[in-house]
Design a binder for this molecule. Structure first.
Ligand code: ZN
Length: 270
């Protein structure tokens, strides 16, 4: 029995599982059945989100799998939003352990200013993308390639809320980089990760037109939610699972539907 995620660093795995809400054992770097069970739940959650939001190419998938669930949801939203754009875009980098970050820091020419524990890639909330044209990778060192990353950044900023783009940074502009907006410093997030405390709120603020409800659901969550028979409801979305899938928060664009209408529709499907 061994880890499937972050195989070289069980301590890091324990922390990521803890901040994802699946592990509450000690942080000692030891592989136990408790860690195994938590990883199992983490991977089940990954499969669930994939089922809800759609699957992508294998490299993108392995990167998404390394993110904490809130970032997985956001990364899939990102990938869905860019679907249909002329150039292919893949996620080519996700979470790195501190050791992996240190190895990257040592690379020359310099590719990062962050050592282990100083990068958002160490917290499960950041990813880098690669743009490809007919299979050719855009390294970003020609004007045309650079422009493609800039245009993508602008498009994402206009279409995906709650994401920070590395192209907006001042000290180390990083155009392929995206991360969850978290409202905390790197040092704060690092301290929380190392204590196994969540730093990305599971709850997200809803725009006024959106109604959020908590409801218990049986196993076939996606099916139930997507079959809500409400005319005019735009894409009811399962946005997060709580307590190992016993509850989901459903966001329904309220529009002209009353609470009672939504409840009736729900009861008829549950
Ligand atoms: Zn990055």
């Amino acid at each position: 029995m061994s880890a499937r995620l972050f195989q070289t660093d069980v301590l890091f795995l324990q922390r990521i599982l803890a901040v994802s809400g699946f592990y509450n054992g000690p942080f000692n770097g030891k592989w136990t059945s408790n860690v195994d069970g938590a990883e199992e739940q983490f991977l089940a959650r990954y499969e669930q989100i994939k089922g809800e939001a759609g699957a992508f190419d294998s490299r993108t998938e392995s990167c998404i799998m390394s993110l904490i669930p809130a970032a997985q949801v956001k990364a899939r939203e990102f990938m869905n939003v860019i679907n249909g754009r002329p150039l292919t875009c893949r996620i080519i980098s996700g979470t790195r352990t501190y050791d992996e970050q240190d190895a990257l820091f040592a690379k020359r020419p310099k590719v990062t200013k962050a050592r282990g524990g100083q990068s958002n890639h160490n917290f499960g909330i950041a990813w880098d993308v690669g743009i490809f044209e007919n299979g050719k990778y855009y390294a970003g060192d020609t004007k045309k390639e650079d422009k493609a990353y800039v245009e993508l950044g602008a498009f994402i900023k206009a279409n995906v809320p709650e994401l920070e783009w590395g192209g907006d940074w001042r000290s180390f502009v990083d155009k392929p980089h995206y991360q969850l907006t978290k409202g905390k410093s790197v040092a704060q997030v690092r301290a929380l990760l190392e204590k196994g405390k969540a730093y990305v709120a599971g709850r997200r603020r809803c725009p006024p037109s959106v109604r959020a409800e908590f409801l218990p659901v049986p196993a076939l969550v996606t099916h139930v939610i997507t079959s809500l028979p409400l005319s005019g409801v735009t894409i009811p979305r399962v946005v997060e699972g709580l307590s190992q899938g016993l509850f989901v928060r459903v966001m329904v664009e309220a529009g002209e539907h009353s609470h009672a209408q939504i409840r009736r529709a729900r009861q008829s499907t549950l």
